[in-house]
Design a protein around this ligand. Structure first.
Ligand SMILES: NC(=O)c1ccc[n+]([C@@H]2O[C@H](COP(=O)([O-])OP(=O)(O)OC[C@H]3O[C@@H](n4cnc5c(N)ncnc54)[C@H](O)[C@@H]3O)[C@@H](O)[C@H]2O)c1
Length: 437
């Protein structure tokens, strides 16, 4: 046993600030309420259902993660959020069509009580959407101040001890770093000048960080992944993580690809296509928003397969990703993968995967785990990029000069070892030589 990291206790209520109260957010909120009432089980949530082995395999110590690390209790969570539509969470959940009426009716009053605050929104960054519940202001700095006022009022109204913000809003158009993102000074000047290089998501992230609130990004947008906000997060002692929840097709990709690579099987081609009919699918039908998503989905294979190290196996890999907006399917996405493999002596093989998944059902437990872990990180005094949370993301944020870790099994090991480290337990290397001494 080593000395555990000092962690402030999870006393009082934890406020979750959700940017965007659409399919993912409402499925998350309704799910937590249903679990609290004992109506449903938190399936898919690592913090609620996962165990963690401690010590030797022969020790028989595998507590639940939630009993091992001091996380906030689900009963202490309070929800708030912004959206460009005025629908309360019950109405928005009905619109999303993910959860059935039988469940929603049992928690209807609590869901109806959550009404979105006016959003910071500009169609320039999400072309396929428009809504009435939007803030107006002198400039983007003024809008950030208004977000801060919303946060403070929420904190006071519910007597909250701590807060976490998570972006569950629509995917913004593809953007790259620009001079306005390079330093806090340049960023604040750009906010004041309402510079177009500052999309709405950065306004929220800036407000959160300024208030000392951990910020997680569930979409592939650039958002807090810029030097100005990374520096501000260090200054304000704020943990950050992102980007883009790892659900559906990419989750499966990061399970299968490490397996093929571990057995040195070549891959000539990987064709991935999806049909999706929810509002996310509609937004991603815009080529500029799709590009943000495409970059996020495509990078995964390059990093896992490492074509530079294994040119004979992966040099000419043809990786294609498509998302087709198809309204009849709603949130029930269908993904197909065709993988063209190469085996011993160059003989070709094929693997086909057809995943009939539910996007928000896969994303909701990730939102829960992320907000609880981000609150834990803050209480442990950690700040900046929380790479140990890569497990939950398609495009994990990482330090400059490092490549991101995409392999789900390495990510899982890293996450669990981080929890062991936090609590002063021995890290598990899987060497296992001690059993044969
Ligand atoms: N469901 C998944 O499996 C999954 C996986 C990875 C990433 N994501 C991402 O998570 C995000 C949410 O997905 P969803 O299915 O809930 O989409 P959704 O369209 O149902 O919900 C997004 C909500 O955000 C709102 N919004 C957009 N811009 C906003 C702004 N500036 N301020 C406040 N609200 C704003 C929209 O009005 C909408 O209600 C999307 O960016 C999506 O790409 C989802």
């Amino acid at each position: 046993m080593k000395k555990p990291v000092e962690i402030a206790p999870a006393q009082g209520k934890l406020g979750i600030l959700l940017v965007g109260l659409g399919a993912v957010s409402t499925t998350f909120i309704a799910g937590v309420m249903a679990v609290r009432k004992g109506i449903s089980k938190p399936i898919g949530s690592m913090t609620q259902m996962g165990g963690i082995r401690l010590g030797k395999r022969t020790d028989g110590r595998t507590p639940l993660v939630k009993d091992f690390v001091p996380l906030a209790d689900l009963n202490d969570i309070v929800f708030g959020g912004w959206d460009i539509f005025e629908d309360n969470v019950y109405e928005s959940a009905k619109h999303a069509g993910v959860l059935d009426d039988r469940l929603l009716e049992q928690i209807r009053p609590e869901l109806e009580a959550i009404k979105p605050w006016k959003a910071v929104f500009d169609r320039q960054y999400v072309k396929r959407l428009d809504g009435p519940n939007v803030k107006t202001g002198k400039n983007k700095l003024d809008l950030a101040d208004q977000v801060v006022q919303d946060i403070r009022a929420f904190k006071q109204e519910h007597n909250l001890a701590r807060l976490v913000m998570i972006w569950c809003g629509s995917t913004e158009i593809f953007m790259t770093e620009s001079p306005a993102h390079e330093s806090i000074e340049a960023f604040e000047k750009a906010l004041e000048a309402s510079d177009p290089s500052i999309p709405s998501s950065m306004v929220y992230a800036y407000a959160a960080i300024k208030e000392g609130i951990p910020f997680a990004n569930g979409a592939p947008n650039l958002t807090a992944d810029i030097p100005a906000l990374l520096d501000l997060a260090q200054q304000k002692q704020v943990p950050l993580c992102g980007k883009d929840f790892k659900t559906g097709q990419t989750l499966i990709k990061t399970v299968i690809a490490p397996g093929l690579k571990a057995r040195l099987l070549g891959v000539e081609g990987w064709y991935s296509t999806n049909i999706l009919g929810n509002r996310d699918g509609e937004v991603l039908d815009d080529p500029e928003s799709f590009k943000t998503k495409e970059e996020s989905k495509k990078s995964v294979l390059d990093y896992i397969l490492q074509p530079d190290l294994y040119p004979d196996l992966y040099k000419d890999l043809c990786h294609v990703v498509r998302i087709n907006y198809y309204p009849p399917r709603g949130d029930n996405k269908e993904g197909w993968d065709n993988i063209d493999l190469v085996g011993w002596l160059g003989y070709p093989m094929q693997l086909k995967i057809n995943f009939l998944c539910r996007d928000s059902i896969l994303a909701a437990p990730i939102v829960l785990d992320l907000v609880l872990f981000m609150d834990l990180a803050k209480r442990a005094g950690w700040s900046g990029i929380q790479e140990w949370l890569s497990f939950f993301f398609k495009s994990p944020q990482h330090a400059k000069g490092l490549y991101p870790e995409h392999d789900l099994f390495i990510q899982s090991m890293k996450l669990k070892n981080t929890l062991r480290y936090l609590m002063g337990e021995d890290l598990i290397t899987h060497l296992g030589a001690e059993y044969y001494d």
